[in-house]
Every structure is written in C-alpha cells, then in structure tokens.
Design a protein around this ligand. Structure first.
Ligand code: SF4
Ligand code: SF4
Length: 382
C-alpha cells in the first residue's frame, strides 16, 4: 500500500510547480463557455474554485458552492482524449523530392500533465490504451509522455453511474495513474490526502514541502468520504448479461423508438471519453511541394461514416444509435475485453434531447426478444 500523505493547498500547488519544472504542459479543469472544461493552467488559481456543475439529462449549468473547494464538481463536456487523441492531428507529412515524396519526421509528442483526472476518466484512458497503444503512434507517444494526477470524487452528479461500471468514485486498485488525491474538509480547512501510483509520482511527491503522513483518523475520514461519494451515485445501469442482451436484440423494433428521438447530432460521441471514430483527410499545398494526412474525430452517428461504395450502411438514426450502443456495451468486450462505457454520464448530459443510455438499456430489457416481447423491426432496418 502506498503511503498516504496530507497536503495543504500550498503543498498541492507545489505538485504543479514541480511538474512545470519537469517541462510538463499543465492542463486541468477551467471554466469555459459557462461549463467546466479542460485547458491550460498555470496554478491552482485557474481551477473552478467554489463552483459546481448541476446536471440532468440534456442540461448542465454552473452554480456557486457554499465553500471554496477546488474540485467540487463532476465531469464536463471535455475529456482528456482531446490531449491524447486530438480532434485534429497531422499523422503524416511528406515533401516532394526529385523522385517522389519523402516523409518528414514527426514533431516530438507534447508531454502533458493531466491535473484533476476523475476515476471514471482514468478508466476511460485505460480503455483507449487498449484500443490505441498497440497500433497508434500518435496516441502511444502522447500517452507515454503524459503524467496523470487523478482526483477522487467526493460527490456524484445526477448523470454519473460509475458505481454500476466499477470505475469510481475512487480510483481502483488496478488503475494506472502517477498521483491520486482526495479533497477533504479537515477540521474546517480543505486538505488533500495524496498517494503515489508510480515511481514518477513518488519522485514528484518527495519534492513537496510540508507533507505529513496521514493519521489513522485521516484514513478513517478518507474512507468515510469515499463511501459517502459512492452512496451519492443515484443513477444505475443493470449490466448483468448486457453483452448478450444487446446482441440478442439487434432486430428488435425498440430501436425505432429511440431512433425517433435521436437527432444524430454526434454530441454523445464527441463528449464520450472512450469513443474513437475518426476519419482522415489528405491535402496538398498549391505548389505541390508538401502533402499531409490529417486525422479528425468523426462519429458513428454521421451518415457519411458508414459510407462505402454505393451508399451508407446505416441510413437511419435508429440504425446508428443501435450501432453505437451495441458497440459500447457488447462488441467492445469482444474487441478489447472491456466495456466501452465507463459510466461518466457525459452522453446523457450533453444529448440535446436528453437520451439516457441507462434508461434505454432498461427499456430494451423490458422488450427483450428472448422473452418473446420484441416489437416488430421497422422496414427500414429489416
Ligand atoms: S443520442 Fe443524443 S447526443 Fe447522441 S446523436 Fe442522438 S441526439 Fe445527439
Ligand atoms: S457512453 Fe456515455 S456514459 Fe459511457 S463513457 Fe461514453 S459518454 Fe460516458
């Protein structure tokens, strides 16, 4: 068991200073466009101190807290994939030579310190690791260069269901991070109970001035705070047999119901920390001397995403929603040995019509074809 240390605010700030001294680019939670997103930070003063985000299906707004917590909110519309799998990145560049094109060596990957990574997001990064680490240079170089400072949750949002997915509200024993901490009220003063998760994390913590070992009372308080956080998760998803449920109901007419509500706007996939659909675009300068291949985020909700010679495979929103949910909750296991959903709730919050995948799974269970309860498949999907 790594030792748990107690830091005050200046101790937490010194972690940032040390990471900057080690040439990491610091990124963390900041208020952007009336939401809590992720962006460059210089110090703890850039965090959404004293703010919280109140969420429901299809809605989120900021409110002032009655305390000055630095981490008194849940995940917003951004996820850390914007740093590890950027929404637009050049994956190949070539320059014309006398005999053709020569590959220009890529720039070194930026080294980000991700500050304030929630436990479900640590889990999401592990999911993307399984997808990208074996084959994708851009992701692998950014991931290997990154330093992860995780923060346990002390309260849940209305759309969080991490406890159903086994991903929160605290980082798990198998989670991969460098430092993890919990913000607690210690005798009326905010304090940070911190532990290292890697050798690099331990080395950074050794530089913190004023750290003291957590007492038995501190550890008991930590356990109680995390139990309260788990109890505050009210949304659930029944994952029992979910893989087989999804695959047994591919031809269930239920999909027409959700398809009738889905706008195919792609929001759910853009905000999801594990979704990885992408497309590539090739461009060349007007003088023909330089060519580039750029990778951009795409979405399985885009009609063009399934375009092959002759037309798109998934013509309707119901076909695209079925593809998305079935991949998340069933075929992701077949491909990567893990769920594609970590229970962060973003797709519920940022869906403009408030479609809630936990409610959709419950609805599908009610008309499970294996019980002879399926509704007829619409002609367009038959
Ligand atoms: S489920 Fe919601 S967020 Fe996702 S594409 Fe449909 S309308 Fe957009
Ligand atoms: S599917 Fe929704 S709840 Fe699950 S990880 Fe993606 S955004 Fe979060």
């Amino acid at each position: 068991m790594p030792e748990t240390l107690v830091l005050d605010r200046s101790g937490l700030a010194s972690i940032l200073s040390e990471l900057r001294a080690r040439d990491y680019l610091l990124v963390g939670p900041t208020i952007q466009q009336e939401a809590i997103g992720y962006g460059p930070i210089d110090s703890l003063d850039d965090l959404p101190q004293g703010w919280t985000n109140v969420q429901s299906p299809g809605a989120s707004h900021l409110e002032r807290r009655d305390d000055e917590r630095l981490f008194g909110y849940v995940v917003g519309p951004h996820s850390w994939k914007k740093y590890l799998m950027p929404n637009e990145v050049v994956i190949w560049r070539g320059e014309r030579t006398d005999t053709g094109f020569e590959t220009v060596p890529p720039e070194p990957a930026p080294a980000y310190a991700l500050f304030g990574v929630r436990p479900c997001e640590v889990a999401a990064i592990a999911v993307q690791d399984a997808v990208f680490m074996p084959t994708d240079r851009v992701y692998r170089e950014r991931r290997e260069a990154a330093f992860i400072v995780a923060v346990n949750c002390t309260q849940a949002g209305a759309n969080c269901f991490c406890t159903s997915m086994g991903t929160g509200p605290a980082v798990g024993e198998d989670a991969v991070f460098d430092i993890a901490f919990t913000e607690v009220d210690r005798n009326g003063t905010l304090a940070y109970l911190v532990e290292a998760g890697s050798d690099d994390g331990a080395a950074v913590l050794q530089t913190v001035v004023g750290a003291e070992p957590a007492s038995d009372a501190d550890l008991a308080m930590l356990e109680s705070v995390l139990q309260e956080a788990a109890a505050s998760v009210t949304k659930t998803m029944d994952t029992d047999g979910i893989h087989d449920l999804m695959l047994a109901n591919l031809r269930n007419g239920y999909w027409e119901d959700v398809g009738g509500r889905c706008l195919a706007c792609t929001n759910c996939t853009m905000v999801c920390p594990t979704c990885f659909c992408n497309t590539v675009e090739d461009t060349m300068t007007l003088d023909g001397t330089t060519a580039e291949r750029t990778r951009k985020w795409d979405s399985c909700f885009s009609i063009d995403f399934s375009y092959i010679h002759g037309g798109p495979l998934r013509m309707t929103p119901e076909a695209r929603y079925r593809q998305w949910l079935t991949h998340k909750l069933a075929t992701w296991f077949d491909q990567y040995g893990t769920s594609g959903c970590v229970g962060c709730g973003r797709c519920i919050t940022w869906c403009p019509v408030g479609i809630d995948l936990t409610a959709e799974v419950a609805a599908l269970r009610r008309v499970d074809a294996r019980q002879g309860l399926s509704v007829p498949l619409p002609e367009v999907m038959a």
